[in-house]
Design a protein around this ligand. Structure first.
Ligand code: ZN
Length: 441
């Protein structure tokens, strides 16, 4: 257990090596599982996560009322195919989980071509890709196939079989809490309901898992709550069951699409200027890489629920490509080739940098506020910080000038156009020299 800021950052560097490969391996393991918003695929996924992180798994019965919604029946599927009347399989769920409309009701009969076409989904613009389609709240059956496959269907009728069941069961989700010095919580939320799609959102599951493994080795000021939930109904269910607890959430991020090679994107919380919004934008704007800043809009991922007006939590979403904004989105092309260990690693590093920024976003007071203290006699000109980084004199002057008990590290960083991490390093050096002390609110 390490409790100094210095120790924390050294740890991040050491643990960082190879963690991208481990995240990628978790994605490879989870990719073949057919997930949905309920059912055994979600449980199997959470069992795999549990090997790495002792998450608590919860089951909420079908029919449970959660705000304006009802926990749906549980869906499980064994096989699904379309075959010619001669028994030749044209489309087979065994070949790809996306081939079946997610939440399809069972069927086992011959179907005329025209009726069948009303239940088929393809992507004419990408004739080799299988789309991902769901029908959670409207009972229906269907298949998704490549447009090339669709164009081979010329028989008058086909045999269609979907061996699934939609019956009373439960919705499964998981949580993991890393207690900190404070009861105030940072929420990290990822969705676990997509079958065989890597960027959206096996990458999110992998990042949340490894972020938790890293943070649990540190002594943290904040408590960190990780939730692994089916999209929409899962966050609604979690919020409904945890209304009091949700009031402890002071910062949060929805982890999605963090494995592709798109530039970072940050969708701000509904508040728009919350500390998490400012912190993420500070981290991204000092990485010397282009990034996208997206204003909150009431669509996308589970931030929609966390940012509903009754909660209005400071929850944004840090991703690479953003919701719906990459051609492979919700198609079979969101596969193991779209994500990479190095992109996952860089995304994890960005999340850790944000967490470190939040942890160290404190307010200080200058203990020698009457004119500038003499830096030279304290060895602070051209000095080197605790982690061997050069300390910039202008940064030190900004910290001394603005540390009047009313400016946080983030305030100083924004005012001076500096990265939060640089301001934190200067503040540590000034505290060690006796010129600065943390302001007790
Ligand atoms: Zn999605």
């Amino acid at each position: 257990m390490v409790d100094s800021k210095q120790g924390q950052q050294e740890q991040a560097t050491v643990l960082g090596v190879g963690v991208g490969d481990e995240m990628y391996r978790l994605i490879e393991e989870l990719y073949p599982i057919c997930r949905s918003i309920t059912g055994n695929g979600v449980r199997e996924t959470l069992r795999a996560v549990h090997r790495l992180l002792p998450i608590e798994v919860y089951e909420v019965a079908s029919g449970t009322q959660v705000f304006d919604w009802t926990v749906p029946k549980e869906w499980n599927i064994r096989e699904a195919y379309i075959e010619t009347l001669q028994g030749e399989r044209i489309v087979d769920f065994a070949h790809h989980n996306l081939h079946v409309l997610n939440y399809s009701t069972p069927i086992d009969r011959d179907v005329g071509l025209e009726e069948l076409k009303g239940h088929l989904f393809s992507l004419p613009d990408h004739p080799d890709w299988i789309p991902y389609r769901t029908s959670y709240y409207n009972e229906n059956w269907g298949f998704c196939l490549t447009d090339n496959q669709l164009r081979t269907l010329n028989d008058d009728a086909y045999h269609v079989r979907i061996d699934s069941d939609l019956s009373d069961g439960s919705l499964t989700y998981a949580e993991y809490l890393i207690p900190g010095e404070s009861a105030e919580e940072v929420l990290i939320s990822c969705h676990i309901c997509h079958p065989s799609l890597c960027n959206d959102n096996l990458s999110g599951i992998a990042l949340a898992t490894y972020l938790a493994r890293e943070l649990e080795q540190r002594t943290n000021r904040y408590s960190y709550r990780f939730v692994f939930i089916p999209g929409t109904i899962g966050s609604i269910t979690w919020l409904c069951r945890n209304q009091a607890r949700a009031r402890n959430i002071v910062h949060g991020l929805v982890v999605v699409c963090v494995g592709d090679d798109g530039p970072f994107s940050y969708k701000k919380s509904r508040q728009g200027d919350a500390e998490i919004d400012r912190m993420v934008l500070n981290v991204l704007s000092h990485r010397d890489q282009p990034f996208k800043e997206i204003d909150f809009y009431p669509y996308g991922y589970d931030e929609r629920q966390y940012c509903s007006p009754g909660f209005n939590l400071a929850v944004g979403s840090l991703s690479r490509s953003s919701h719906g904004d990459f051609p492979q989105y919700h198609t079979s092309a969101d596969d193991l080739t779209l994500v990479s260990a190095s992109n996952l690693q860089a995304s994890l590093d960005a999340y850790l940098e944000v967490a470190e920024g939040l942890e160290g976003n404190r307010t200080y007071v200058n203990l020698a506020p009457n004119c500038e203290p003499q830096l030279g006699k304290r060895g602070l000109y051209g000095a080197v910080g605790a982690q061997g980084e050069p300390l910039d004199t202008m940064t030190i002057l900004w910290v001394l000038n603005l540390s009047d008990g009313s400016h946080s590290v983030l305030d100083i960083a924004e005012r001076a156009g500096l990265a939060v991490a640089e301001v934190q390093a200067a503040a540590r050096a000034l505290c060690e020299s006796g010129l600065l002390a943390e302001h007790s609110a």
